[in-house]
Design a protein around this ligand. Structure first.
Ligand code: SAM
Length: 334
């Protein structure tokens, strides 16, 4: 894989203290009181801004979301612009046609990334028409979101940004949604996504990656970008995506874990963060979180990835973070 430029801009100012949740915790809406009404307030705020009313374009909407998140008790768990810029570069370089996102939240990343698709693929059909004809030449950005409230804010923000035809938000729990995605969206079968942005519940990353592999949503050429692999970190995910096929095959014969194993702790304040956040034991990937709603992913161990981190910062706390970018290179025969 060609090296990806790391955005080396300095850390943003610290608008909020450290966001405390660990890769062990299930979605921590209580930390920072996410879901306390700020997401609905954000949509009302965006809709009230005169400068966003008449096709403002995407950047003013992103800026307005970011500004809102700086306020007291208004932290937003968006990817932010430093990690976002690295991913935008990747999109412009690799020119994905079909993009899948796990975790829309208020729509920041969907706006930031999907805005490039119409420029790259001006003659393709976008999600508004996806149920019309499964054989049309399609491009677009599908985003899965569990919360109806967050999805409503995301849809509103995406409309304001002029991307209502490009982005389709599917509400529901990601794991069953992935299992049924082709049916729900009348997608052709097989279908491969060119890029996948994983940014939802941290303990679900590995199981959902395995479900996507099994469902044929990932194939050679797919680029998978996983957020927050430094903050809070995701050693289980890193171990899976960096493992060799024979290591993953060996895991298939082992019984699933009934309880979550002790998670490899991340160093609290790493100076050498690129190397400090390494993969954990592959055994951790044998655990299926209850939030997968009974859908266990077994994966396709024959898929080979080339994987590396691109760095950036949390947009509001100024903490180091990174995305793991994994390119599916080939499928080995077992
Ligand atoms: C970190 S936020 C996503 C941020 C967004 N990608 C951005 O950068 O603007 C994580 C989102 O995942 C959603 N989520 C959590 N568990 C989920 C699940 N099982 N299925 C789908 N979405 C889920 C949360 O409701 C939350 O909106």
């Amino acid at each position: 894989m060609a090296p990806i430029a790391v955005d080396e801009r300095p850390a943003p100012p610290k608008y909020h203290g450290k966001f405390r949740f660990t890769s062990r915790q299930v979605e921590s809406n209580k930390s920072f009181n996410l879901g306390d009404g700020r997401e609905e307030a954000l949509l009302k705020h965006l809709q009230s801004l005169p400068e966003l009313q008449n096709n403002p374009g995407t950047q003013p909407v992103l800026d307005a979301i970011h500004e809102f998140g700086k306020g007291e008790n208004r932290y937003l768990m968006s990817v932010g612009d430093t990690k976002g810029t690295g991913i935008e570069k990747l999109i412009n370089e690799k020119k994905p046609k079909l993009v899948l996102e796990l975790g829309s939240y208020v729509g920041y990343s969907a706006i930031c990334f999907a805005r490039h698709l119409p420029k790259i693929h001006p003659n393709s059909v976008y999600p508004a028409n996806w149920t019309a004809d499964a054989n049309e030449d399609k491009a677009g950005y599908i985003s899965l979101e569990k919360s109806e409230v967050y999805a409503a804010t995301a849809r509103g923000a995406i409309e304001l940004a002029g991307l209502g035809e490009v982005v389709k938000i599917v509400t529901g729990s990601s794991t069953p949604s992935l299992k049924n995605l082709r049916k729900t969206l009348n997608l052709p079968s097989p279908i491969k996504f060119d890029m996948i942005f994983i940014d939802h519940l941290k303990p679900l990353y590995t199981n959902d990656l395995k479900v996507m592999e099994e469902e044929g949503l990932i194939a050679p050429g797919t680029i998978i970008v996983a957020d927050n692999v430094v903050k809070p970190g995701n050693p289980a995910y890193l171990s899976y995506v960096r493992a060799k096929p024979e290591q993953k095959r060996a895991m298939l014969s082992r019984p699933p874990l009934k309880t979550q194993p002790p998670v490899t702790p991340n160093p609290s304040d790493p100076s050498e963060w690129e190397t400090a956040f390494c993969d954990g034991p592959l055994e951790e990937t044998l655990w299926t979180p209850v939030e997968s709603d009974g859908v266990t992913g077994h994966g396709d161990p024959d898929l080979v990835y080339s994987s590396e981190m691109i760095g950036g910062w949390d947009p509001y706390t100024g903490e180091r973070d990174a995305c793991e970018v994994s390119v599916c290179l080939r499928k080995e025969s077992s």
